[in-house]
Design a protein around this ligand. Structure first.
Ligand SMILES: *Cc1c(COP(=O)(O)O)cnc(C)c1O
Length: 384
């Protein structure tokens, strides 16, 4: 059986062979605990971690000391938001975020509301963007933290991070961004953009699952959410996952080198897919901003079509509706609903996300497959 064409790179990416090769020795020959300070096994592991920390920092234009390894972006978001709240709640208890954030941010905010935080959830406009003016209006003197994702996982919309961070700082608050979908995909500079905290995850950039990092600007303190041996300068205890950390480092190094050519190639493929679908299939439109968005993704609404059947019939391509994290539920995507789509429109919207291993032939195939399936479904409806 032929495997479906994978067009769901925003859900997860395969590990790049070069990343895997870099990781392998650290499982077996080089198995030392990076916290063992008394022998060569530990020192060697520690050195590998230091190297990876540099690679991650370099991609963000950060200092290696500012990188805290975590189990992924979910944990990084938890550490950023809960860690700042715990540290600064004596000053104020107000947090601002956006209604279209990933659940790892929204649910963390809901958790803090139970503990006395006041959270403002900004509503983006129909293109998915929020404006600095809109944020400025929401800020109060008790605001301690603003958390706005860099690029949206469902629609790929890129927020004006630099401007949002500037407005946040004018109000004396800290700025966190969940940049999981942006890191390694577009040039990113925590210094130039004024980012105080940034979350990332390896498995969205051709590294392994279960490893990520939080960038914490020097001088900012977060209260650790995982207590124990005081690893990661006391910010996240637990024995370091050396092979995974090495993999994350390698993935960052590769992304830095290949980002420009890769994103250009994917933009062309994405544009070809998108225009072919919009042209071949009547009653389709793109969700979210067409200009401020990731180059490897398109989210398309197929109007007057049953979304669930559409997904079932498109069995030769692997795509998703909504985000994988909410796909256990049958609710329509809250992100698309927030842009003003009806339930039916949200159900009938598909996210196509391309990546490093997507080929021309796969895009040709997807275009043809989508055209056939939708034509057939519409015909079945009109004859029934
Ligand atoms: C995938 C994703 C996460 C969760 O990352 P994990 O490493 O899987 O915990 C968080 N935020 C965004 C925007 C994501 O795309």
């Amino acid at each position: 059986m032929r495997l479906p064409v994978y067009l769901d790179y925003n859900a997860t990416t395969p590990v790049d062979q070069r990343v895997l090769t870099a990781m392998l020795p650290w499982f077996t020959e080089q198995f030392g605990n990076a916290a063992s300070r008394t022998h060569l096994y530990g020192w060697t592991a520690e050195e590998a971690v230091a190297q990876a920390r540099k690679q991650v920092a370099k991609l963000l234009n950060a200092n290696p000391k500012e990188i805290v390894f975590t189990s992924g972006a979910t944990e990084a978001n938890n550490l950023a938001i809960k860690g700042v709240f715990e540290k600064l709640s004596y000053k104020g208890r107000h947090i601002v975020t956006v209604a279209t954030e990933h659940k790892a941010v929204l649910d963390t905010c809901h958790h803090l509301e139970q503990l006395g935080a006041e959270v403002t959830y900004l509503t983006p406009s129909a293109d998915g963007l929020i404006t600095p003016e809109q944020l400025a209006e929401a800020l109060r003197k008790e605001t301690i933290l603003v958390s706005v994702m860099y690029a949206n996982n469902e629609i790929g919309v890129i927020q004006p991070i630099r401007e949002l961070a500037a407005v946040t700082h004018q109000a004396g608050a800290l700025f966190h961004t969940d940049a999981t979908q942006a890191v390694g995909k577009l040039p990113l500079d925590v210094q130039a953009e004024g980012i105080d905290l940034l979350s990332l995850s390896a498995h969205k950039l051709y590294g392994p699952k279960g490893i990520g990092a939080l960038y914490v600007r020097q001088g900012i303190e977060v209260v650790s959410q995982m207590d124990g041996g005081g690893h990661e300068r006391g910010r996240r205890s637990g024995t370091l996952n050396v092979p995974a950390i090495v993999g994350l480092g390698k993935a960052c190094e590769l992304a830095q080198k290949e980002m420009k050519t890769e994103s250009e190639r994917l933009r062309q493929l994405r544009d070809r897919l998108e225009s072919a679908v919009l042209e071949n299939v009547p009653d389709t439109f793109v969700n979210g901003s067409a200009t401020h968005r990731l180059s490897h993704l398109t989210n398309i609404c197929f109007e007057h079509i049953d979304g669930e059947n559409l997904l079932l019939n498109l069995k030769d391509i692997a795509v998703s509706t909504g985000s994988a994290c909410t796909s256990a539920s049958v609710l329509p995507s809250y992100v698309l609903k927030m842009l003003g789509l009806s339930d039916d429109q949200a159900y009938a919207s598909l996210r196509f996300s391309l990546g490093r291993f997507t080929t021309d032939e796969e895009i040709d195939f997807a275009i043809q497959h989508i055209g056939e399936v939708v034509r057939k479904m519409r015909m079945d409806v009109s004859y029934s």
